[in-house]
Design a protein around this ligand. Structure first.
Ligand SMILES: [Fe+2]
Ligand SMILES: [Fe+2]
Length: 291
């Protein structure tokens, strides 16, 4: 719980800028928070297999080379989930769904019709590749930061095992970015119109990814409003009417943010049960982002 309070304060200090190393420096020394993070990785790796399987079905074999690369990608993500589960069991840590806000569900909430209800196959391919590429970059950056922080810790058997597992995963995550970049560059080279389309897709899904990541960290008062601001930025990358429709359909869930409220309540209850003093520290942090 101490790590949560410090995490929220670090987020405020950084003026809501995301610094994976700074956050992991707080998480790694706290055994409970570290176990939750490893479970979060395991959960996301497994959930990404579902997303990739759905994408493969939607592509219906076209183009075959892309479906081949995605099938390989899916196999590797499944392997990552298996390695992380093995690690948790070996270290005698609990294997459970993470209690915090889900990055993937927020990412899915923010995706636009181009990805969710595709009408044009080529647009769908570009949008899907750009969306995958944006989240792979985040995963890679986060794993690199985690490895860096683990190497600064006393090298116990447990720390070494965790580090080895994350390093094995990280190597493959780097390749996931590379194959996505190769596909996007290949499509962009087809014509100036394709290049423009790829650029817009990179911008839009980069914004969507950033907003989803920020949403998993920002629990303080006003988080709902900041989510609405992100929604506006994403909508602005779309043609006017599509952007308005996108904004209006996602606005109610963004304002009500049920996942955010559940997470706040979860931490408040945890803090109350574990240590009322921690609760007194957590409450003002949740309200103002400062203690
Ligand atoms: Fe992975
Ligand atoms: Fe990956």
């Amino acid at each position: 719980m101490k790590a949560v309070v410090e995490l929220l304060e670090a987020y405020r200090r950084s003026r809501r800028r995301v610094n994976a190393r700074e956050f992991l420096r707080l998480i790694v020394p706290d055994p409970d928070a570290h176990a939750v993070t490893l479970n979060q990785y395991r959960f996301n790796e497994a959930a990404s297999c579902t997303e990739l399987a759905t994408l493969i079905q939607q592509l219906d074999g076209q183009p075959p080379e892309l479906v081949r690369d995605l099938a390989q990608h899916l196999a590797e993500e499944a392997q990552h989930a298996a390695w992380l589960t093995e690690l948790l069991v070996e270290l005698d840590l609990s294997v459970e769904n993470p209690p915090r806000l889900s990055y993937l569900s927020e990412f899915n909430h923010l995706l636009d019709p181009q990805v969710k209800q595709p009408h044009h196959h080529e647009d769908f391919v570009i949008a899907s590749l750009a969306a995958i590429n944006a989240s792979e970059k985040r995963g890679c950056e986060n794993f690199a930061a985690h490895i860096y922080v683990l190497k600064q810790q006393p090298q116990t058997a447990e720390v070494s095992k965790i580090c080895q597992t994350i390093e094995r995963i990280w190597v493959e995550e780097v390749e996931h970015i590379h194959w996505g970049n190769r596909w996007l560059a290949h499509i962009a080279a087809q014509s100036p119109a394709h290049r423009r389309q790829v650029e817009v897709a990179k911008l839009r899904y980069g914004l969507i990814e950033q907003a989803a990541y920020k949403a998993t960290l920002d629990l303080t008062i006003g988080a709902e409003w900041r989510r609405v601001q992100d929604l506006v930025s994403i909508a602005r990358t779309m043609p006017l009417w599509t952007g308005i429709q996108y904004f209006v359909t996602r606005l109610p869930r963004t304002v009500l943010a049920p996942d955010l409220q559940i997470t706040r309540i979860y931490y408040i209850r945890q803090a109350l049960q574990q240590n009322p003093q921690e609760f007194l520290k957590l409450l003002p942090t949740l309200i103002w982002g400062a203690s």
